[in-house]
Design a protein around this ligand. Structure first.
Ligand SMILES: [Zn+2]
Length: 412
């Protein structure tokens, strides 16, 4: 910042100073035991105190009575946590080259050694830029500064959390005003989601990424699942693709599951509907589908995650080729209800089935047996060991299969 310094006043022609400062290093230069104080009202004066206490209000501006001065020395000292009674900053909000920007900064004075004039450096606290598809193109955080704490509503709080909130408010405002028509229409649902402003920006970025989506609640859906669907405009339209051509009872259950999840969803929580997708597509009988879809999402999603979609489908193909749907439903329900106790064996089973080419071996050789997870795992393992050995007789991997065969022996 260009500022004009006279003996008593500093004039800030363009922007006001955010904070008042004292420059303790002045006395080292002219060897006087005094501080040069620079009040944000523009007044420059000398103070006697050598060690002005930031929180003790020992310095008072003779013009405006301001008692809050910051020590430039403290700011340049690399110390992890600092506490300030007060600290203010400015913002810039603008669009450039199709990107939306928000920057938090402050001006910090320093003394020019040659002529002892005061100059100001623009210090960036935090900077965020988002492009028209919601992608973050640049993000900068001056962590050294943002970890410092200031008094806010009678508590000390990190500058970073206040700055992040304000930057998010700016970006939310920019996105809304840039894409006004669309976000005017989306706002009622966004407001009803009752998120904090930082999460709201995440949701808005998601909506920029998916221009066809008209329902912000789809933010809480697993991305791989959304990307798989040809149509995704609102919740109903999206879920109808899971339960397409299913009776009303199934569609109602699928919808209820997603709605219940979304109501409580926050931050990194994502709804993974793979279990419902599979139950709806494999079980033709609506009653069987409803009873499986009715299992709470929290338990179902342990066993059925989008990451394992292809492997689980291969396993379902195998099961449905050899067993009655009602038996498969009973098997799945029993396994899911046991929760994490069965998870390792289930994951191991689908990992084997998912190996390239192994499903063909299984389809050709598998014979049905009493269906429970232990039997299924053992039977698949019997085929898997020779398949694996043939595929790769590497010593290490042989040891892997040996380990696998021993891992579950004795378990039920
Ligand atoms: Zn003043």
């Amino acid at each position: 910042m260009q500022a004009i310094v006279t003996s008593k006043r500093v004039y800030y022609p363009n922007e006001p100073l955010e904070n008042s400062w004292f420059l303790p290093n002045i006395h080292e230069i002219d060897s006087k035991e005094s501080l040069i104080c620079l009040c944000k009202c523009g007044r420059v004066f000398e103070a006697k105190s050598m060690h002005a206490d930031i929180l003790g209000e020992t310095i008072v501006c003779p013009d405006c009575g301001n008692k809050t001065f910051l020590d430039t020395q403290t700011f340049i000292t690399p110390k992890h946590f600092k506490y300030f009674k007060r600290f203010d900053w400015s913002y810039e909000v603008y669009t450039k080259d199709g990107c939306l920007h928000s920057t938090a900064f402050f001006y910090m004075p320093h003394v020019n050694g040659s002529d002892l004039s005061i100059q100001f450096d623009k210090e960036i606290l935090c900077d965020l830029s988002v492009d028209c598809r919601g992608k973050i193109v640049s993000a900068y955080q001056n962590t050294k500064m943002l970890d410092s704490k200031i008094l806010h509503d009678e508590n000390f709080i990190t500058i970073g959390s206040l700055v992040a909130e304000s930057i998010a408010k700016n970006i939310a405002f920019l996105i809304h005003s840039t894409y006004k028509k669309r976000f005017d229409a989306l706002s009622p649902t966004l407001d009803a989601m009752d998120t904090d402003v930082i999460e709201r920006v995440e949701v808005m970025r998601f909506l920029l990424q998916y221009p066809d989506i008209k329902d912000p609640r789809l933010f809480y859906f697993n991305r791989a699942f959304l990307d798989m669907l040809p149509r995704k405009s609102d919740l109903k339209n999206t879920l109808d693709q899971i339960s397409a051509n299913k009776p009303k009872s199934v569609r109602r259950q699928v919808y209820k599951n997603a709605e219940n999840f979304i109501k409580k969803a926050r931050h990194k929580n994502r709804y993974d509907p793979l279990a419902d997708v599979l139950f709806c597509s494999y079980f033709k009988d609506a009653n069987l589908a409803v009873s499986l879809c009715g299992v709470p999402h929290k338990i179902k999603s342990l066993f059925f995650a989008m990451d394992n979609k292809t492997s689980i489908e291969k396993l379902f193909d195998l099961l449905f080729a050899h067993y009655e749907p009602v038996r498969i439903k009973n098997f799945l329900l029993m396994m899911i209800q046991e929760g994490t106790a069965k998870l390792r064996m289930w994951n191991d089973t689908i990992e084997m089935v998912g190996k390239q080419g192994f499903d063909e071996v299984l389809q050709a050789n598998y014979t049905p047996h009493q269906l429970n997870l232990h039997n299924l795992h053992e039977r698949i393992l019997d085929f898997y060991i020779p398949f694996y050995e043939e595929a790769d007789a590497n010593e290490f991997e042989y040891a892997e299969t040996q380990k696998r065969s021993q891992k579950y022996s004795g378990s039920n």
